[in-house]
Design a protein around this ligand. Structure first.
Ligand code: HEC
Length: 127
């Protein structure tokens, strides 16, 4: 019995920790209750939304190579997960930056559907 509980717990923890870009896209899709779209995500990523910057201003288009911060000029590693294994593995980091960057680009938080679309677009970029 004790062993079963341990196996159960380790599965739970493994699931909670093993975040990846595909899982994240699925989470946003289920929150949005609507299918994601690569084309919509692509458009959203390149476009300005009433402010000075688009996502591509810092992350480049396509975001498969190093980007550069639009105001500090600091180098930003590729955002597309196929080109940067560290991307979308840390939920706290993902939440922090979606929040901050959506505010910078849209003046509000991104909706679940916008995040699902961005993830669909990023996941579609392959080597
Ligand atoms: C002003 C520059 C800037 C703009 C504009 C910007 N970002 Fe970022 N973004 C950053 C920086 C800086 C980081 C953190 C450094 C890093 O992760 O390399 C980051 C990190 C992220 C991350 C964290 C990913 C992870 O798991 O490592 C996500 C998600 C993200 N950005 C999405 C977006 C989206 C979506 C937009 C458009 C709505 C956007 N960014 C616009 C600068 C920017």
């Amino acid at each position: 019995m004790k062993r079963l509980v341990c196996i159960f717990l380790s599965c739970l923890c493994a699931n909670a920790w093993a975040l990846d870009a595909i899982t994240l896209e699925k989470q946003y899709v289920s929150q949005a209750n609507q299918a994601s779209s690569v084309a919509r995500g692509d458009k959203f990523f390149q476009a300005k939304h009433g402010k000075d910057w688009s996502c591509a201003s810092c992350h480049k288009s396509p975001p498969t190579t190093d980007g550069q911060h639009a105001s500090t000029n600091k180098t930003i590693a590729p955002l597309a997960p196929a080109f940067n294994a560290k991307r979308f593995t840390d939920e706290a980091k993902v939440n922090k930056w979606f929040k901050r960057n959506c505010h910078d680009v849209l003046g509000r938080e991104c909706t679940s559907l916008e995040k699902a679309d961005v993830m669909a677009y990023l996941n579609s970029l392959k080597k």
